[in-house]
Design a protein. Structure first.
Ligand code: ZN
Ligand code: ZN
Length: 287
């Protein structure tokens, strides 16, 4: 089985995320390392870094020993494809900052959306992303944090719904070894991959393998989809309550090829805030 977990709040300090994850039965966590809706943030205090490292070191998951596996998700404001120099520069600065935060926290992977071309077209958008990533990595020589490019639903001018985009980006990079991929089940389904069937699932994986190699998949986002196949809409549903359904998600969590990978819920929490706890229980019951 994959390491089932959830995106948990880091409110009150990122160390609190470990407690929250443990309370709902996470074997892996995803966190924001700063406010995801702001460009800037104060540097992490030494005490916050220490608190996180110690909390993580002693927090096991229900099926794995401590330390918990933790990945981070970058701010939604970042657009590495932007043709507006100011936005592109802010995006690169923000990504450098987030990678540095991950580094000091000991988090070894950061998920980011590739970007939106906003009318300049796919080719120019992909070129801009590659140039941005090259600059980001050159500003962090030898950094140990892997950047995971997520697949997207393909809403608007967002790039990365087509897995060929990830392969093209990797081929353009000066340091492709610093980049992996995070696959999101809701986004893949919205982009036209029918994860309800074994054929649809295998087609997604063979597309990934052809484009960038399956070994580059280093994390999954485990979300059901509120909207139908191919809708190109990015709206997550609780597992089993959406259009993919529990059987489709079960195929992934049992896939031996992804046994040790974080599989992170980004599903609605609901009024009682227990959405992730319920989703984790449902998934574990399948095993
Ligand atoms: Zn996601
Ligand atoms: Zn999404």
């Amino acid at each position: 089985m994959g390491r089932l977990g959830a995106h948990v709040s880091a409110a009150g300090g990122v160390a609190k995320a470990c407690e929250r994850g443990a309370a709902i039965g996470c074997d892996a966590l995803q966190v924001f390392v700063k406010n995801a809706n702001a460009w800037r943030a104060k540097p992490l205090a030494e005490s916050a870094i220490e608190a996180f490292r110690s909390a993580r070191a002693v927090t096991p998951g229900p099926s794995v020993p401590a330390p918990l596996q933790v990945i981070a998700h970058a701010s939604y404001l970042i657009n590495l494809a932007s043709a507006v120099p100011e936005t592109a520069e802010r995006s690169r600065d923000a990504l450098v900052d987030e990678l540095q935060r991950c580094d000091v926290l000991g988090i070894d992977a950061l998920v980011v959306h590739p970007g939106a071309h906003v009318g300049q077209g796919e080719d120019k958008g992909l070129d801009a992303i590659a140039r941005s990533l090259d600059e980001v990595f050159s500003r962090l020589p030898g950094g140990g944090v892997t950047l995971l490019l997520e697949n997207t639903a393909g809403q608007g001018t967002v790039l990365g719904a087509d897995l060929a985009h990830h392969g093209r980006l990797l081929a353009m990079l000066a340091e492709p070894a610093r980049v992996g991929v995070c696959l999101d089940t809701c986004h893949a389904f919205a982009a036209g991959h029918d994860l309800r069937t074994a054929n649809g699932y295998e087609a997604l994986l063979s597309g990934a393998d052809e484009s960038f190699g399956l070994e580059r998949v280093m994390a999954w986002h485990l979300n059901d989809s509120r909207h139908p196949l191919g809708s190109r809409k990015d709206r997550h549903a609780n597992v089993g309550d959406g259009e993919i359904g529990l059987d489709g998600l079960a195929r992934l969590i049992d896939d031996a090829r992804f046994e040790r990978l974080p599989m992170i819920l980004e599903t609605p929490l609901g009024d009682d805030e227990q959405g992730h706890a319920r989703d984790l229980a449902k998934l574990r019951n399948l095993a």
